[in-house]
Design a protein around this ligand. Structure first.
Ligand code: ADP
Ligand SMILES: Cc1ncc(COP(=O)(O)OP(=O)(O)O)c(N)n1
Length: 277
């Protein structure tokens, strides 16, 4: 029997209430990426995290061994449950798994939607079983921000991004699909700095921090996009949200650089001591 619950009487929101964000993503059983990384990141930023699970992966620091997509009707039901009760201030998508799941998400009205177009894990596992351009045609027009890494941007656009000029042209090409903010993440590049190229209100902005020498980079993309989402939920302007998210990821990578969690590429530290939300 369901116990009777007490309903809190209506009262206006106060600054003491944490902002709410939703992550629409897959579960990583290893706890380093996906919905688990997003919730840790939201908590580190004092944001109440709600979830819409799109897929379940059997995964650890070495790779993905199995995956199951959640039926679109259950994705819609989770979205409805969250958005009809909470004052959702920002949203993020991670692994969607397939076209039907992506279409279910695109049908929802979500504020400040950050789309991380998760296609292939760094370990090589395919995390989107469909045409990558679905992201551009169906979801990007609904997005505030789009955050592909370099391999994802190549798959979305169908051409290589070798020079800086290619990358700036790619930012404009991606922005033509609707998002005001594009972040082309440079984690997979080499060089002494980890440089992300961003397109924001018609300007190209560079986000750069020293590259952390570590193999523990599992979940960096999820964490970075979730941190942007958390800062947007707090009401930060986009450029401030980007800078804060970049500093948070760098601090998390540094704090976990020598950590040993699992035999492969471990997660970063979502609560680095010197990070103040
Ligand atoms: N070794 C590293 N040192 C510092 N920053 C990194 C490192 N690896 C990735 N990053 C940063 O982490 C964020 C996620 O990028 P990336 O790893 O490219 O995404 P994804 O996990 O989606 O492949 C970006 O801001 C990127 O520059
Ligand atoms: C369930 C799930 N979602 C997303 C990813 C990809 O994580 P990401 O941070 O983009 O990058 P890598 O960890 O693959 O480098 C994932 N692996 N699992």
């Amino acid at each position: 029997m369901i116990p009777e619950c007490t309903v809190t009487p209506e009262r206006p929101a106060t600054p003491a209430d944490p902002p709410v964000a939703v992550t629409i993503a897959g579960s990583d059983s290893g706890g380093g990426a996906g919905i688990q990384a997003d919730l840790l990141t939201f908590a580190a930023h004092r944001v109440h995290g709600t979830t819409v699970v799109t897929a379940i992966t059997a995964q650890n620091t070495l790779g993905v061994t199995a995956s199951l997509s959640i039926p679109p009707s259950l994705i819609t039901a989770q979205l409805t449950a969250v958005t009809t009760d909470f004052d959702v201030r920002a949203a993020k998508t991670g692994m969607l798994g397939g076209r039907d799941q992506l279409v279910a998400v695109a049908a929802a009205a979500l504020p400040r939607l950050v789309v991380d177009p998760v296609l292939v894990a760094t370990s090589g596992a395919v995390l989107y079983d469909g045409d990558p351009t679905d992201y551009l045609r169906i979801l990007a027009p609904r997005a505030f921000a789009l955050t592909p890494n370099l391999p994802e941007a190549r798959l979305l656009l169908g051409h290589p991004l070798t020079s800086r000029g290619d990358r700036i042209a790619a930012l404009r090409e991606l922005a033509d699909h609707g998002p005001s903010l594009i972040v082309l993440k440079g984690g997979h590049d080499d060089g002494p700095n980890a440089v992300d190229l961003c397109y924001l209100a018609g300007r190209v902005v560079e986000l750069s921090r020293p590259r952390v020498p570590t193999g523990n980079t599992h979940g960096t993309g999820c964490t970075f996009a979730a941190a942007i989402t958390a800062r947007l939920a707090h009401g930060d302007p986009p450029e401030a949200a980007l800078e804060a998210a970049k500093s948070y990821v760098t601090a998390g990578l540094l704090a976990a650089a020598d950590q040993r969690l699992g035999a492969g590429s471990g997660p970063l530290d979502h609560f680095p001591t010197h990070h103040v939300p």
